[in-house]
Write a protein that binds this ligand. Structure first.
Ligand SMILES: Nc1ncnc2c1ncn2[C@@H]1O[C@H](COP(=O)(O)OP(=O)(O)OP(=O)(O)O)[C@@H](O)[C@H]1O
Ligand SMILES: CC(=O)C(=O)O
Length: 580
């Protein structure tokens, strides 16, 4: 903390006092009081904090009525109406911290369905560019933008198709049974329609490097084949493990019990992916999820392309779904703006029993390196068909929340299932319960901190946020407010997973949409100047005027916005305020 103590960190709190709920003398030796203000200044303590009593407001509106009221909402604060409702209904500590991503498909692309998902807590809409047309995706993006004009805050993610080998056609419109011992031809030949016992692969070079005796495993174990003969580029195969072929099933190749890693395969981004990326840039999407990333290079390449296109605000998420991506995990995470644990395709390349440990490892490295992480696929798979989840699915969701993933993602459950909205409400209930439990754990064990910053400025920001989160937990503050242009300090606070919600006040729309993915961060839009004090006063007035905070609430303000004329060492601050 040497660098931090060189700055003045201020903790300020005006007395409004009704009930004294804590005595700072006993809690922290770095706090001090001047008059009615508590100051924290270089390790000397001079006083105590008194706060008021908290009451929770009740709102009880039906969705329809609530939507009608949203129509007239002016977006001065850029406030997410769903977060606002949750705050009013559940209080600060009851706000859900884990974010939700929903894959949009035919089952939920109508405006009313998107609105229902939004009301149920969708933070990010994912468009999988493997499916449907650009016109269809364009239509969905327009509808989401309209919802955002009504006061929702839903970010848009496009997910590239990538170039993994998958089945184009297997001779039937939907799934097809594969019998033990049956003979099949795997070919890259392009032909119209389908042929019995013939599987059309998506990539011409799919059989390069494959030998007689190798195994082809479909979708991580749906069915398996042995390669009996190579006929030109085609593979004649016999089924050794009967099962099912689903549309667009994925193939992996195995030799002597090991995955055949195929370095010569097509690049991470195909020409279709580049065209989809152009589409995403022109539509102003917030995130691009990059499929089948194997090294940091493809992420860096896309990021520099976005910079050159003046589209730096589009965040790049790397999907971890191959053995090679696991081998280069840290460099990929470092190069990316966030990560998706794409368990569906990962399960094609690694044994299924390794997925839980790999998920835990990825979420933990992402926390260390301060990158948001999404856990995706099959969280509530049975809800594609049924209105309730299995017990095992609820346990899986809870485990991802316990691991402090930033976000959970629905795939088929929302895209094609009949119970997408219900699936979101299951996520909501399960994650709220687990968050409550983890909060108690978090209080007992402060989380291991890996130092990120190299420059003094970055180290100061990091230490301020670590200390702010610790203060917030120890002093039981109601909410943390952070004034942030690029969102950096908001994410450093989120990394600590503090108990109170983090309201990130920013003047950048792109920052607001990116922060939607971060655990516990509720982004708000306000105008920011170079004057820290004016920003703080304006921030407090605005949140008060919206009824977000009320008299007696005890809040912690963190600011990273440098005043124009002050010395740089005095530019970042922590203030504790009791709302009067
Ligand atoms: N835009 C869409 N239009 C039509 N169907 C879709 C669309 N998006 C998703 N789906 C359907 O929902 C299912 C689940 O979607 P999801 O994107 O998670 O899976 P996927 O096709 O296995 O791709 P990926 O491996 O990239 O996750 C898909 O198999 C597809 O049937
Ligand atoms: C989401 C995704 O792409 C997967 O799980 O494979």
């Amino acid at each position: 903390m040497a660098e931090v103590s060189a700055m003045m960190i201020r903790a300020r709190c005006n007395f409004v006092a009704k009930t004294s709920v804590l005595d700072v003398k006993r809690s922290d030796s770095r706090l001090s009081v001047i008059g009615r203000t508590v100051w924290c200044d270089r390790g000397r303590m001079k006083g105590r904090v008194v706060t008021g009593v908290k009451a929770t407001m009740q709102v009880d509106l039906e969705d329809d009525e609530r939507l009608k009221r949203l129509d007239g909402l002016e977006a001065t604060l850029g406030l997410d109406v769903v977060a606002e409702r949750e705050l009013k209904e559940k209080g600060f500590l009851g706000m859900r911290k884990t974010k939700f991503v929903c894959t949009i498909g035919p089952a939920c692309c109508a405006t009313e369905d998107l609105e229902k998902l939004a009301l149920e807590g969708m933070n990010i809409a994912r468009l999988n560019m493997c499916h449907n047309t650009k016109e269809w995706h364009y239509g969905v993006i327009r509808k989401i933008k309209k919802l955002n004009e009504k006061g929702f805050c839903i970010s848009v993610m496009i997910d590239t198709e990538g170039s993994q080998i998958h089945v184009v056609d297997h001779g039937a419109p939907s799934s097809v049974k594969v019998e033990d011992g049956s003979n099949w031809l795997f070919t890259a030949e392009k032909f119209e329609g389908s042929r019995p016992f013939t599987v059309q692969a998506s990539y011409g070079g799919f059989s390069e490097g494959i030998q007689v005796g190798d195994s082809i495993v479909i979708d991580g174990g749906m069915a398996s084949f042995e390669v009996m003969e190579k006929i030109g580029n085609d593979l004649s195969c016999k089924c050794t493990d009967p099962g099912l072929f689903l549309p667009r099933a994925k193939c992996s190749f195995w030799r002597d019990g090991r995955l055949v890693v195929r370095k010569h395969e097509s690049p991470t981004l195909s020409s279709k992916d580049w065209s989809d990326i152009e589409f995403g840039i022109s539509e102003g999407v917030d995130f691009i999820a990059l499929s089948f990333v194997n090294s940091a290079d493809s992420v860096k390449h896309l990021k520099s392309y976005l910079s050159a296109k003046s589209a730096k605000s589009v965040r790049v998420l790397a999907k971890i779904e191959s053995l090679e991506s696991l081998q280069n995990l840290e460099e990929i995470i470092e190069a990316s703006d966030g990560i998706m644990v794409a368990r569906g395709d990962l399960g094609v390349e690694i044994p299924l029993e390794q997925i839980p440990a790999v998920q835990e490892e990825i979420t933990s490295v992402c926390r260390e390196l301060n990158k948001p992480v999404i856990v995706a696929s099959q969280l509530l798979e049975s809800m594609v068909e049924y209105p309730t989840p299995t017990r095992a699915e609820v346990a899986d969701v809870s485990e991802a929340v316990r691991q402090y993933a930033d976000a959970l993602m629905l795939c088929g459950e929302s895209a094609i299932g009949s119970y997408g909205q219900k699936a979101l409400s299951v996520l909501q209930i399960a994650s709220s319960r687990m968050e409550l439990w983890s909060r108690e754990e978090n209080r007992k064990h402060f989380l291991p901190q890996h130092q990120l910053g190299v420059s003094l400025h970055d180290r100061i920001a990091e230490e301020i946020c670590n200390s702010a989160a610790e203060l917030a937990n120890k002093l039981s503050v109601d909410a943390i407010f952070v004034l942030t242009k690029q969102g950096h300090m908001a994410s450093l606070l989120s990394r600590n997973r503090p108990s109170p919600p983090i309201f990130a006040l920013t003047n950048e729309d792109s920052t607001r949409m990116a922060l939607n993915l971060q655990w516990g961060v509720f982004p708000l839009r306000i105008d920011l100047s170079d004057d820290i004090e004016a920003n703080i006063s304006r921030g407090i007035e605005l949140v008060k005027s919206k009824g977000l905070v009320k008299q007696g609430d005890f809040v912690l303000m963190v600011s990273e916005i440098s005043p124009a004329r002050a010395a740089s060492m005095a530019s970042q601050s922590i203030q504790l305020k009791s709302i009067v």
